[in-house]
Design a protein around this ligand. Sequence first.
Ligand code: SF4
Length: 250
Amino acid sequence: MSKNNDENSIIDVNLFEIIQEAYEEHFNRRKNKLGCSELPFCPRKIIISRLYNIPIENKMKMLHGKIHHAVVQQPRVLTQLIQSLVKQLNITDDINVKIEKYLLHELLPGKYLEGHIDVYTNAFLIEIKTTAALLKYWSKDLVDYHLIQLNTYLGLTKQKLGFILLINLRAYFSDVTDFNDVWNKYGCILPVHFDQELFDNTLAKAKSMFQEMERGSFSLPGPEFQWECKYCSKEIQEFCYQERKKNSPA
Ligand code: SF4
């Protein structure tokens, strides 16, 4: 973990209020429309949500599965989220906001890093992440792989501050009926301060990966995180094992 981010505090933003308004807007706007993404699912649920004036909390609960990028990137949510952050951070400059900024950075001749920043402003970046961790094990801490990704975006855009907006998809299975509770329990905003050393190391790693690929070599050590091997496909695991055997001293 970056030393700058050891003492990470959770920014206090009322996500519930912001998102509730966005959902109301969402339902009103879509009265005469069906999303193709809704079509595979229970038609009763979709029809009920449109035709009956059920409490907004229940409608929101029906859309738990959408509580990530699409919702957070709605203009209304973004505006309010950014206003809250700007206020807390005492930022007085004008804020320009861009959703989904694409990055293409030539790291070595003809070799590029590409990135996709969820929310870009001239004062900070926001990266939206989801987790399915069980609530009882979820500490709302910054994890290294989120930190490294966002830190790389910060370095490439020459910014100093970013936020991980972390949403726990267990909300989808929650039987909590008070939606305010759902947001308080299942969402958080974690600040990330740019770390030059981490950025340099990340770029150095990317360069060595390009160079290894040029050479057709598999000698870089791995994994970065213990759990990665478990999620590798059988074929990759087998190949990786054979290469390791070839390269280890007899
Ligand atoms: S099994 Fe997969 S994750 Fe583990 S070291 Fe090999 S390639 Fe990396």
